[in-house]
Design a protein around this ligand. Structure first.
Ligand code: GH3
Ligand code: MG
Ligand code: MG
Ligand code: MG
Ligand code: MG
Length: 292
């Protein structure tokens, strides 16, 4: 059965590429590169390969060098690499595996063995991707979960301290959400949460972060953003939520906003605490507003 996975075959000898391609192309999308440089380029163009079959002996850049570049780049370091080579000495196999190749196949190749090994590593990679996604995303809204928020929050915090940059965060809490559940039912409540998550996700810049913090609470991280700009952005988000009327239901949310004070804040948790205090004030003073 054919699936939507892509395999990149890298070999300087055209006939070798064709042999491998001939029995993989019915099962996978196959891309070809005849040298290291074009192979590395192809790992950055869609469709990104899910697995690479890599020759060792190639002019200009050999397979080990290609592997080294792949491992150095966070975007490509998790693509499984299988060496397919005429070198059947143990030193090369050791070198390939120690440097992070998942497998090492020597010629002459058996199509059945190549297909089986490729299938094993494609499956493992798929399962790993699935686990990473589930560990970092909220199931209902599919935006980042709290675990990922804390991880990213700490990363943004350190980066902002290091480069002396502005950083703001908002905690957003849906107003009287319990009433929505009580009036329309929990399922409709879920749809409202999904709609709000989608508004937030679509409205922020790529460098910003949005996560589901808890039940009906979200956090937005505004990267390199002054408190004045973050206040404007938060108000725009608040109004978008007002105008959304998901399922014809009127919803609003309160925002607690804070900025990183380089001399005061020691970690991301302190910012969360301060944003939460501001949120409490927003709730106390009438809801549907942004409080700093
Ligand atoms: P306030 O304006 O003070 O924030 O009032 P509220 O009703 O929004 O706050 P409260 O904390 O009393 O209620 C939050 C509700 O959110 C209670 C809980 O059942 C509901 N909730 C939490 N998670 C989910 C969820 O995943 N789906 C649905 N439908 N409801 C949820
Ligand atoms: Mg070669
Ligand atoms: Mg709440
Ligand atoms: Mg509450
Ligand atoms: Mg609430």
């Amino acid at each position: 059965m054919r699936n939507n996975k892509t395999i990149l075959i890298v070999d300087d000898v055209h006939a070798n590429m064709e042999i491998l391609g001939s029995f993989l192309k019915d099962l996978y999308e196959v891309k070809y590169a005849s040298d290291g440089i074009s192979a590395l380029k192809m790992t950055h163009t869609e469709p990104i390969p899910d697995l690479i079959l890599l020759d060792v002996e190639m002019p200009d850049m050999n397979g080990f060098e290609v592997l080294k570049f792949l491992k150095k780049d966070s975007k490509t370091k998790n693509i499984p690499v299988i060496f397919v080579t005429g070198h059947n000495d143990i030193k090369n196999e050791e070198r390939g595996l120690i440097n992070g190749a998942v497998d090492y196949i020597t010629k002459p190749i058996s199509p059945i063995i190549v297909k089986a090994r490729v299938n094993t590593h494609i499956t493992l990679k798929h399962q790993q991707d699935e686990l990473i996604f589930r560990a970092s995303h909220d199931q209902l809204t599919e935006i980042y979960n709290r675990h990922k928020l804390v991880e990213e929050g700490n990363r943004y915090f350190s980066k902002s301290i290091r480069h002396n940059e502005d950083l703001c965060i908002a905690i957003i809490d849906v107003d009287h959400f319990k009433n929505i559940n009580d009036t329309y039912g929990h399922m409709i409540g879920d749809e409202v949460l999904k709609a709000i998550a989608s508004i937030l996700h679509k409205s922020i810049r790529v460098e910003d972060i949005v996560a589901r913090y808890g039940g009906e609470e979200f956090v937005v991280i505004f990267d390199r953003c002054t408190i004045k700009d973050a206040f404007d952005k938060a108000n725009k988000l608040r109004m978008k939520i007002n105008y959304a009327n998901p399922g014809d239901i009127k919803v609003s949310a309160s925002f607690g906003l804070t900025s990183l004070k380089h001399d005061l804040h020691r970690n991301f948790d302190h910012m969360l605490k301060e944003a939460d205090d501001a949120l409490y004030e927003a709730k106390e003073s009438g809801r549907n507003k942004v409080v700093i």
